[in-house]
Write a protein that binds this ligand. Structure first.
Ligand code: ATP
Length: 233
């Protein structure tokens, strides 16, 4: 469904991606693992047209992705960036409504927002609260909820559990599993490899801009290289 073929991305002289090929099939959750600076965020940003691709191709359902971020969203590929970026002076409701900014039918956007409130009753209770006053975990839920309002076919999540307390990490990953179970394909970047491999079908390991390992999550979780580098022996 989402496929990267030999993708190169450069930031000036830094070659952040050096020929990345990976694919996410319809209905899967795929983990992208790797240390700081491996190129995980760059991989997601390349698909969202937030950074230019120097060479290689990225396709969604066999079609090259458009060159403008809002066209990518409209095409069904939605990215929840690292750091959440909830608008702190807007309410929860307003933050969620922003997820529908590319959609012309405001009644449809309102229905989707209600759907997010059904899925996340905790946010419904806080609908009038300003984003900046929420806990980190609640802000992460808003960021994911906002992405859902765009009705993604493929959702890309960058480190959704970063900086969260263990209970909230579990809640966020549970939400990701639920979103997938309801039919959304997911590409998940996670530093928390153990948690990621616990909910994903397959995974890729990225090192210095190159995919060095890939396979079913259960196989990766047993691979001595993954155990040593990412799971703690
Ligand atoms: P992290 O988990 O720390 O975010 P990552 O695996 O997501 O790491 P990227 O953020 O994709 O890695 O970075 C890949 C490489 O590209 C790193 O060497 C990084 O320093 C470099 N890089 C990322 N963004 C820029 C930028 N805007 N300008 C220059 N170099 C950049």
């Amino acid at each position: 469904m989402l496929e990267f073929t030999d993708v190169h991305v450069r930031y000036g002289h830094v070659e952040a991606l050096r020929g990345v090929s990976l694919r996410v099939e319809r209905g899967e959750i795929v983990a992208l693992l790797g240390n700081n600076g491996a190129g995980k965020s760059t991989t997601l940003c390349a698909a969202s047209a937030l950074v230019p691709v120097a060479s290689g191709t990225i396709t969604l359902d066999g079609e090259p992705l458009p060159g403008k971020p809002w066209h990518v969203v409209r095409g069904g590929l939605v990215h929840v960036p690292e750091g959440r970026r909830v608008f702190s002076t807007l309410t929860v409701l307003e933050n969620l409504q922003l997820g529908g900014f590319t959609h012309p039918d405001k009644a449809e956007v309102a229905r989707r927002v209600d759907g997010v409130f059904d899925l996340l009753p905790l946010l419904a209770k806080r609908r009038a609260q300003q984003g900046g006053t929420l806990s980190g975990g609640e802000q992460q839920l808003v960021a994911i909820g906002r992405a859902l309002v765009a009705a993604p076919r493929v959702l890309m999540l960058d480190e959704p559990s970063m900086g969260l307390a263990p209970l909230m990490v579990a809640a966020v990953l549970d939400l990701v599993r639920k979103i997938n179970a309801e039919g959304t394909t997911v590409l998940l970047v996670e530093q928390n490899a153990r948690a990621a491999l616990g909910i994903t079908h397959r995974g890729y390991v990225l090192e210095n801009g190159v995919v060095t390992l890939s396979g079913p999550a259960s196989v990766l979780a047993e691979d001595p290289r993954v155990v040593e580098a990412y799971l703690g022996a």
